[in-house]
Design a protein around this ligand. Structure first.
Ligand code: FES
Ligand SMILES: [Fe+2]
Length: 351
């Protein structure tokens, strides 16, 4: 079997808002995971009781832990059994549940599915703009798309689809007329950038301008292996203005894809803006606009693509036709394939 996941990386497991004291079950890289807040800390347990393999997530919180719904063993947030209602109540050393390293950063819950010894929180992608931006403008969303995660990465890295699929993001050709600029940075991240103008502003910004106004636009995507992307939409009256971070209108966001299975993907989104800060109506409109774009436009299309690919996960194996907009996605797929190969080699060398 070809390995399709990179394991020694941080994945987004949940939006911070999603997680409370209650039990959240989520498959990540095919593994059932149980997440909950435990006295301020975050617990991430394998959602499998060591006795008869019942999902602990079907149980309930008890004495600071989780009670298995089947025969009542209680486990704490570190996976240790803290109560055995059977026999003399002795707790066997083998009565424990595997745990995963977790961290909360940028309003997101991150999980490490690989070798726990390598789980350094310093390796979480720096999405500090989510923390420094105006929190009144923050929107977020979560959904599952029934397609391989790399199809969702391709979708963000090739925004030429927006003109056809997303009326509110129609660039009027800006993301189609030339190839995007693709760069690999020294930290291993990759950027894909479209710059165009003067043209009409992107439709979701047009309410801010007099009819007929022309602006310069830029969309810059930064990819962190394997599938976390920041996406920044910039708008300014001049080309130089796009680089003036004080006056440029900036709409930054994060699109984080976490494989649920080979054929389904958790899609986490968080976005902000640096203009019209008091306008709650604008925040609502952007939240609704992204909801429609993700759930009614991208999701059905990408699921239909996966259905046409049947059980294939490697789009290269199907010899796709290339267009100039694919430049970033193709580079990223090649890089990811190398990273997964290198990780597999390192794992087998250690075995
Ligand atoms: S399956 Fe959990 S206690 Fe039996
Ligand atoms: Fe899209």
């Amino acid at each position: 079997v070809t390995e399709i996941y990179l394991r020694d990386v941080w994945y987004v497991a949940a939006l911070g808002e999603e997680l409370g004291e209650g039990l959240l079950r989520r498959h990540i890289l095919d593994e059932p995971v149980l997440l909950f807040r435990d006295n301020g800390a975050i617990a991430a347990l394998r959602d499998v009781c060591p006795h008869r393999f019942a999902p602990l997530s079907l149980g309930k919180r008890k004495n600071g832990g989780v009670e298995c719904p089947y025969h009542g063993l209680v486990f704490d947030g570190s996976g240790k059994c803290i109560f055995n209602p059977h026999g003399d109540g002795r707790i066997l050393p083998s009565a424990k549940v595997a745990t995963y390293p977790v961290a909360e950063r940028h309003g997101l819950i991150w999980i490490w599915m690989g070798d726990g010894a390598l789980a350094d929180p310093a390796r979480i992608p720096d999405l500090g703009f989510l923390d420094s931006g105006d929190q009144r403008t923050r929107t977020h969303s979560y959904q599952v798309t029934n397609a391989n995660y790399q199809l969702l990465t391709d979708n963000i890295l090739d925004l030429s689809h927006a003109d056809f699929l997303h009326p509110l993001l129609d660039s009027g050709g800006g993301t189609r007329q030339g190839a995007p600029e693709v760069k690999e940075l020294s930290d291993g991240t990759m950027t894909v950038t479209w710059t165009w103008g003067p043209t009409a502003p992107l439709p979701f910004l047009s309410y801010l301008f007099e009819p007929g106004t022309e602006v310069h636009s830029r969309i810059a995507v930064r990819w962190h292996a394997p599938a976390t992307m920041s996406l920044c939409v910039d708008c300014a009256p001049t080309r130089e203005g796009l680089d003036d971070r004080e006056t440029c209108m900036i709409t930054p966001s994060v699109h984080a894809m976490t494989p649920e299975t080979a054929y389904s993907t958790h899609y986490f989104f968080a976005g902000l803006r640096n203009f019209d800060l008091d306008n709650e109506e604008c925040t609502r409109m952007l939240a609704e606009g992204t909801r429609i774009a993700f759930t009614e436009q991208d999701k059905p299309m990408i699921e239909a693509v996966q259905a046409n690919m049947r059980d294939e996960t490697d789009i290269f194996a199907m010899k796709p036709l290339g267009l100039i907009g694919d430049a970033g996605g193709v580079r990223v797929r090649e890089k990811l394939r190398r990273l997964i190969g290198a990780e597999r080699q390192a794992v087998s060398a250690n075995q």
